[in-house]
Design a binder for this molecule. Structure first.
Ligand SMILES: *Cc1c(COP(=O)(O)O)cnc(C)c1O
Length: 378
């Protein structure tokens, strides 16, 4: 028998209510019954995104929503500033280049956060910049980005600010409207406690002015089409009905707990994870820690890929390997979405056992004890 535990930064575990909602008999989407659910969902999304702007829901992974954002905002030859501080910042750049958008990259060392002043400098150097693309939580490094400060800077320019919050939404505070974030991109399978398959884009009034002049090709992801439908609480094409029914449940759970408490819980889990890793003698990878995922160096002489595999195959605990240049060198433990203290205890315990089995000298229980100390103080 193998019981499984999912501590990866997407997909994340699902609450029972969400799983049950996703398994309900399918209903037709052009019905009052579905429309009622869709209206509730759109209200719930505004609470989660902390915005009064429209939020479009597409049947796509998070990357699809990122691509939608680029295709709707820009025209070929437009200039965009892209913060590249890890794998997902690089993805913004790759999507922009695929659409022949001229990219001004800010290369940030992996594990560090961008200096907002760097964005200010580049905006004054490239006044024609149409959009600034950033990442709230850089999932590949475990770093959180200072969106509030960046929002203040971008507001002073003609550019729109786009934030990839796929892993950060629901784990970190992101006050879209208060912080002048024009577009927030999200995905279902991380902090939103849903299966993979939904991508979200929020759009501010300022962004609409840019969107209305965009000439890049799009069809399914066309925000104008999506808006026309959304204004009638409808979707342009067949929505992912079961996922939207499940989303209603997830948003209800989010409302019940409250954003404030959700952020507090994530902060506590992140803190416990960091303390546990440090107690085991592991070195944390990043400096500005995010509350969604923690990255730490694998101890010398141990192969991170093998460690992740051993934890999964022998103990049923899935954590993530490093991405790109960090593969085998760091491990990433998610504390994201439907998680509480005992998920972290389980993860840390499995890590101790696996590290010990691979020959790393540690005192069993030391990481677990460190995590417990954090929990008992909350
Ligand atoms: C997971 C993730 C994405 C999107 O990934 P998909 O696999 O396309 O859902 C984008 N950005 C960040 C920061 C992520 O963590």
């Amino acid at each position: 028998m193998k019981k499984r535990y999912l501590l990866t930064p997407g997909p994340t575990p699902l609450p029972q209510q969400v799983r049950e909602a996703a398994a309900l008999p399918i209903i037709h989407h052009r019905t009052p019954e579905f429309q009622k659910i869709f209206i509730q969902v759109n209200e719930g999304l505004k609470y989660l995104f902390q915005t009064r702007n429209d939020i479009f829901t597409f049947a796509a992974s998070g990357t699809g929503a990122m691509e939608a954002q680029v295709a709707n905002l820009l025209s070929a030859g437009d200039k965009a500033i892209v913060v590249c501080a890890g794998k997902f910042g690089e993805r913004w750049r790759e999507i922009c280049r695929a659409y022949n958008v001229e990219v001004v990259s800010i290369e940030v060392e992996w594990g560090k956060a961008v200096e907002p002043s760097e964005i200010k400098r580049l905006l004054s150097e490239h006044k024609e910049t149409r959009a600034v693309f950033t990442t709230l939580c850089e999932t590949s490094t475990g770093v959180v980005c200072d969106i509030k400060s960046i929002g203040r800077i971008v507001k002073e320019s003609r550019a729109v600010l786009v934030v990839d919050a796929v892993s950060g939404l629901g784990a970190e505070d992101l006050q879209a409207d208060n912080w002048n974030v024009d577009c927030v991109v999200a995905g279902s399978q991380k902090g939103m406690m849903l299966p993979p398959g939904l991508g979200f884009c929020s759009v501010s009034a300022g962004a609409w002015k840019v969107i209305n002049n965009s000439k890049l090709p799009k069809y399914y992801f066309d925000f104008q089409k999506a808006k026309k439908a959304l204004d009638k609480s409808d979707t342009a094409f067949t929505p992912a009905v079961s996922l939207i029914v499940a989303l209603k449940e997830a948003l209800q759970l989010i409302r019940e707990e409250g954003l404030e408490n959700i952020f507090k819980r994530h902060k506590m889990l992140a803190c416990a994870t960091r303390d546990a890793l440090c107690a085991l003698g592991l070195k944390l990878f990043s400096g500005t820690f995010c509350n969604a995922v923690t990255a730490a160096y694998v101890p010398a002489g141990i192969d991170g890929t093998q460690l992740v595999k051993l934890m999964r195959d022998k103990y049923g605990v899935s954590i993530a390997d490093g991405q790109g240049q960090l593969k085998g060198k760091v491990i990433r433990i998610a504390h994201l979405g439907y998680m509480q203290s005992f998920d972290i205890i389980t993860g840390v315990s499995a890590l101790e056992l696996a590290l010990s089995e691979l020959g790393y000298k540690l005192e069993l229980g030391k990481g677990v004890a460190a995590a417990e100390r954090v929990f008992s103080n909350y």
